[in-house]
Write a protein that binds this ligand. Structure first.
Ligand SMILES: N[C@H](CCC[C@H](N)C(=O)O)C(=O)O
Length: 278
């Protein structure tokens, strides 16, 4: 099976062009090829498929084989893949996901290949029932929330996938391997959750690390960065245009507040192509 290894600020996936390849058991394939010792090594698997509703369909799986409904870093790489492989000549694209259709603007470099992608991520989702999170209010904005005996202030946001955002003083020193799973498997998140640990640096800059549902700590999470920007703007900590600093690099997010779509801009990188024995 031919594949392409790509990443968005270090959030790396194996991409398979399902216009040419047939993938029968994506859940188990994602587990196998994500393994960084016995497989290709990645945060998961992304299948590029035909769509009847949009230009293409992005079908995404985490490293544990669970199916993700949206992937911000991944969708930017899908845009790069289809343009660079001449599957389209459009620089404005629509991509169907399990969380609806997203719209991309591709920036093409001097070599004729995509280097940056801007994504309309749609409007952030805030209702507890839609995230989902079990909480006795309609929204979770800066609410007290105790996990593993530690008191946090939680903001919960969905970008088509669930995010728990907590603000802490020492992001670098966080033992995320210990704390991340406590959030991910907390029963108040019936579909599990991606968790962002955040420090606001100033009104235009935020530092974050992420423990991803189904993949553990990743170098970056696009939907997570969008959720963090949403939470920070809602809480009045930052302005409407903000740079999110993640382990793998930066993303720029713009959101004019409720009733508006949120925009994310960042890179998309092709690492190598190969053939995987299936
Ligand atoms: N782990 C996420 C999917 C990948 C999201 C992340 N890699 C991104 O760039 O948005 C979930 O299960 O909802």
């Amino acid at each position: 099976m031919k594949f392409t290894k790509m990443h968005g600020i270090g959030n790396d996936y194996v991409y398979v062009n399902c216009f040419k390849e047939e993938v029968k058991d994506p859940e188990n394939l994602s587990i196998k090829l994500s393994n960084r010792h016995t497989g290709i090594g990645s945060d998961g698997l992304i299948l590029i498929k035909p769509s009847t509703k949009a230009d293409f369909f992005m079908d995404m799986y985490n490293a544990d084989g669970s199916r993700g409904k949206m992937c911000g870093n991944g969708i930017r790489c899908v845009g790069k893949y289809v343009y660079d492989h001449k599957m389209t000549d459009k620089t404005s694209l629509s991509i169907e996901t399990l969380s609806g259709i997203k719209y991309l603007e591709l920036n093409v470099g001097e070599d004729g290949k995509v280097i940056l992608v801007k994504v309309n991520m749609g409007e952030p989702i805030l209702k507890t029932k839609d995230i989902p999170v079990v909480f006795d209010k309609e929204r979770v904005i800066n609410e007290p929330f105790t996990v593993d005996g530690i008191n946090y202030n939680l903001t919960a946001v969905s970008m088509g996938n669930p995010h728990a955002i907590v603000y802490i003083d020492d992001v670098d020193g966080l033992e995320i391997e210990k704390t991340g799973p406590k959030f991910e498997f907390d029963s108040r998140f019936p579909e599990r959750v991606n968790t962002e640990f955040v420090k606001v640096l100033d009104r235009k800059n935020i530092q974050m690390r992420v423990w991803e549902r189904g993949s553990g700590e990743t170098m970056a999470c696009g939907t997570g960065a969008c959720a963090v920007a949403t939470a920070s703007i809602l809480n009045g900590y930052v302005d409407n245009d903000v740079t999110i600093h993640l382990l793998g690099g930066d993303l720029t997010i713009s959101w004019e507040g409720e009733g508006n779509d949120l925009y994310m801009k960042g890179n998309a990188v092709t690492v190598f192509e190969g053939d995987y024995p299936v």
